[in-house]
Design a protein around this ligand. Structure first.
Ligand SMILES: [Mg+2]
Length: 382
């Protein structure tokens, strides 16, 4: 089998009121990568934000990867991954990940099996946790957590209204974060697993204070309290806290950037996704690295619906990831999950016990909704 063409359809999506990246009610681009073969099998992945965005990612794929990918065997995934990873000065990780996901889709369709069967299936379901946007009051977090608990969900993660990308001085005092974590625990009781993601935003003293508060509340992990470069600060926190730290979500460099975090004892979990950590191949390598050190690799949200499906296949093929993140970006009180199905032929669902189930169809197991994509095409990059 040979690859015959590599193109990207840029679809113009009108963002809805709920559950979307970018300006509400505005237009945003979603890229659909098409890797076609001489046997009529096509592999796909979606290109979206964050990072350079779908236009830039599409341009990188078509100008840097396409010239040698066309004519190659799509099943030489390891070789293609190695070559793309070696082009780090020309390709963003998003381009590597997008091509890798589409190649795995081809591999699964060729075998007539879901991708997780090729990777080595460990299980057929994983519990989901709801991951919040920024809310205005502790009570909004608590009401939201109760709603998802009533739907059968087992985990809930707060993002307090802070982040290094916000204007300086606009975040509330850290007392807000502690009050929100207290309100959620009081509202849902002891059964629900709770996590806090502080988006790299605290000073060391604030990080220590919040960490002590949430470990007393029985929170399960403490994510990104300090800036992502601050390995030394994370080491200090680890010496003073018993709550596990999760610290490496955006580490540039993927697999090869993670050993220092492990050997320094600066995090208790590795973190990865198929978008910025090299696709299905890259995420599997990170999960195996974590396994060798007796650590979990907790998979991050994957930024768009088809990449979330791709990551789900990895989660089915490893047993050192306990949770699937559902990062909805909804306003408080908005419980729509339509965003997670956009552009796909199958809806994203969480069952009544809070589990997401493995896809059963060949390849990624979920198709592209081409009538929807073709209903608003901005451009085709080829
Ligand atoms: Mg995070």
């Amino acid at each position: 089998m040979r690859i015959t063409d590599v193109t990207v359809v840029l679809h113009e999506r009108v963002s809805t009121e709920s559950a979307s990246f970018g300006p509400r009610g505005g237009r945003q681009l979603l890229g659909v990568l098409r890797v076609e073969t001489d046997e009529g099998i096509e592999g796909n992945s979606f290109l979206s934000g964050p990072g350079p965005g779908p236009v830039a990612i599409a341009d990188q794929i078509v100008t840097v990867v396409k010239p040698w990918l066309v004519g190659a065997d799509p099943l030489d995934i390891g070789a293609h991954w190695r070559r793309m990873a070696g082009l780090v000065h020309y390709l963003s990780p998003h381009a590597v990940g997008s091509v890798d996901v589409a190649l795995w889709d081809i591999a699964g369709k060729t075998a007539g099996l879901p991708v997780h069967r090729l990777l080595g299936t460990c299980r057929d379901r994983i519990p989901a946790y709801y991951s919040t946007a920024h809310y205005r009051t502790p009570g909004e977090y608590a009401e939201d957590a109760v709603y998802w608990q009533e739907q059968g969900w087992r985990g809930y993660k707060l993002h307090p209204p802070r982040g290094p990308w916000l204007p300086p001085g606009t975040a509330p005092p850290v007392d807000f974060d502690i009050a929100a974590c207290e309100a959620v625990r009081a509202a849902v009781g002891d059964e629900m697993t709770l996590m806090l993601d502080s988006s790299w935003s605290y000073s060391y003293p604030d990080a220590l204070r919040v960490g002590q508060a949430i470990q007393d509340l029985g929170y399960f992990w403490y994510e990104d309290p300090l800036p992502d470069h601050d390995i030394h600060g994370y080491q200090r926190l680890a010496r003073h806290l018993t709550i596990p730290l999760l610290a490496t979500e955006i580490t540039p460099g993927g697999l090869t950037a993670l050993p220092p975090w492990i050997t320094a004892g600066a995090t208790d979990f590795l973190r990865g996704d198929v978008v910025i950590k090299g696709g299905i191949t890259g995420l599997m390598k990170i999960a195996h690295l974590a396994e060798a050190f007796g650590m979990n690799c907790e998979v991050h949200d994957n930024y768009n619906p088809l990449n979330n499906v791709a990551a789900l296949h990895v989660m089915m093929a490893i047993d050192n990831c306990d949770w699937l993140e559902v990062l909805a970006f909804n306003r408080a009180g908005d419980h729509s999950l339509a965003h997670f199905s956009y552009g796909l032929t199958e809806p994203f669902t969480v069952d009544a016990e809070g589990y997401v189930h493995a896809p059963t169809g060949p390849g990624l197991g979920v198709g592209v909704d081409w009538p929807l994509i073709n209903s608003s095409v901005h451009a085709v990059v080829e």
